[in-house]
Design a protein around this ligand. Structure first.
Ligand code: NDP
Length: 247
């Protein structure tokens, strides 16, 4: 199905999966709303996308944990971008590798608010417009950590399990509407994710990918585009994408 002319809002578009998706949606002829905290990154990406694909691009510099602002987003978007057809809840992070004995509560709250509460807020803000217009797709970027839990990642795994549950429940709530809901669960992919996790320690971040070829951001963008371009009656519920040699 063609999504040319559809408006796509991507959270966490300033790097990694979000940036790769922006390129793929632009190639498909979509109008883009790119959201993240790093304005310079977003503006640079916007300029490159407009130059390459001549598609309309709007940027929003916002922390998704600012729930009051998220609530106001649909009314504050410029008219040409206000009808969001595809919402990709991608912004997210892991912080640290603490055991349950050592979890840092500030990090835990940041992960819970970013990976879960913000998705609830973004979905609430945009789903009403989708059901009214009888067209829409919500794509949540979850993780293998939402399918299997592992030691040293209790909070991150808990957030992604919560996101999986929220996504499934959203699909049930939206039965009878035209809105589709998809969860994408990537395995290890080489982005800035590990650098954020290890709080800027490049050596530790690189060590995550020792011994296997990790996924790329483009691999995940491919799967998101696949889900969004299925015929209207097909709803891709979950896609688990792993690196071939990741155990
Ligand atoms: P990156 O660190 O490259 O990208 C994360 C994006 O989220 C950035 O654009 C960042 O932008 C944005 N972001 C983080 N916190 C906030 C916030 N509070 N408000 C707004 N934007 C925010 O990592 P990935 O692309 O790899 O991660 C994308 C998603 O994929 C995440 O949800 C992650 O959990 C998930 N994932 C990643 C895997 C991996 O191995 N890479 C594996 C499985 C899932 P900015 O800093 O500018 O705000």
């Amino acid at each position: 199905m063609s999504i040319e002319g559809w408006t796509v809002l991507i959270t966490g578009a300033s790097s990694g999966f979000g940036e790769a998706m922006a390129w793929r949606f632009a190639e498909a002829g979509c109008r883009l709303v790119l959201l993240a905290r790093r304005q310079d990154r977003l503006e640079n990406l916007r300029d490159q996308l407009i130059f390459t694909y001549r598609v309309p691009v709007h940027t929003i510099c916002l922390d998704v944990r600012n729930f009051a602002e998220v609530d106001l987003l649909p009314q504050q978007l410029p008219k040409d971008f206000a009808k969001v057809d595809i919402l990709v809840n991608n912004a997210g992070l892991a912080l640290g590798t603490a055991t349950v004995q050592d979890n840092n509560l500030d990090d835990a709250v940041t992960m819970i608010e970013t990976n879960v509460t913000a998705v609830i807020a973004m979905t609430k803000a945009f789903v009403a417009g989708m059901t009214e217009r009888n067209r829409g797709h919500i794509v949540n970027i979850s993780s293998i950590a939402g399918v299997e839990a592992y030691g040293g990642g209790s909070v991150y795994c808990a957030t992604k399990h919560a996101l999986q549950a929220f996504t499934t429940a959203a699909r049930h709530d939206l039965v009878g509407t035209a809105v589709r809901v998809t969860s994408i669960c990537p395995g290890a992919a080489q982005t800035e994710f590990s650098l954020v996790r290890f709080k800027g320690d490049q050596e530790k971040a690189d060590a995550v990918y020792n011994g296997f070829a990790p996924l790329t951001a483009e691999d995940i963008a491919d799967n998101v585009l696949y889900a969004c371009t299925r015929p209207e009656h097909v709803q891709i519920a979950d896609i688990l994408v792993l690196a071939t040699n990741q155990c």
